[in-house]
Ligand binder design. Structure first.
Ligand code: COA
Length: 144
């Protein structure tokens, strides 16, 4: 099987990204829709990965704040999990961050996804906390 790749989304991809995030966060995880979509979407860098039919099956976003950045809204369609789409999205977000001069990225990881981020070089910092009714932990990694 060919490894999934991920690219920066264009304006015409945003509806498919929103639909995927709604399936994963709202329908599957019970996050209120008014929390899932927020003002940061308008200035975030959105990344996506497609399956071999061209459908958007994984996404994530980057919010640059000077030399650091936040990564969030990482979601892979339940039907494709474990096939590398999430890792491809995260790698593309890291590339975009490096291109913008970012040296450290931070995210709020759902504790059930902690191992996914640890495999990608992240370390947990501080205590666990609740966000949108889900237990999270802050994780960080340096970028080259
Ligand atoms: C977390 C998520 C984005 C991962 O996407 P994915 O496409 O399934 O991940 P990948 O297939 O690219 O996995 C990359 C590696 O992480 C591992 N991994 C994936 N999910 C993991 C998890 N929950 N816990 C531990 N390891 C995990 C994979 O086994 C793989 O390991 P390998 O490199 O040794 O083979 C996806 O499971 C998802 O959308 N979950 C629901 C929404 C969610 O929880 N988002 C995170 C919000 S913080």
């Amino acid at each position: 099987m060919i490894s999934p790749t991920a690219t920066v989304a264009g304006p015409t991809d945003l509806a498919a990204i929103a639909a995927l995030r709604t399936r994963v966060f709202v329908d599957e995880q019970g996050v209120p829709p008014e929390i899932e979509q927020d003002a940061a979407d308008s200035h975030a860098v959105h990344v996506l990965s497609r399956d071999d039919t061209g459908a958007v099956v994984a996404t994530g976003r980057l919010l640059v704040r000077g030399s650091s950045a936040g990564i969030g809204r990482m979601a892979a369609d339940a039907a494709v999990r474990g096939r590398g789409h999430g890792a491809a999205v995260l790698a593309a977000l890291h590339r975009e961050a490096v291109r913008r001069g970012v040296t450290e990225v931070e995210l709020h990881a759902q504790v059930r996804a902690r191992g996914f981020y640890e495999r990608a070089g992240y370390t947990a910092v501080g205590e666990e906390y609740e966000e949108a009714g889900i237990t999270h932990v802050t994780m960080r990694r340096r970028l080259p």
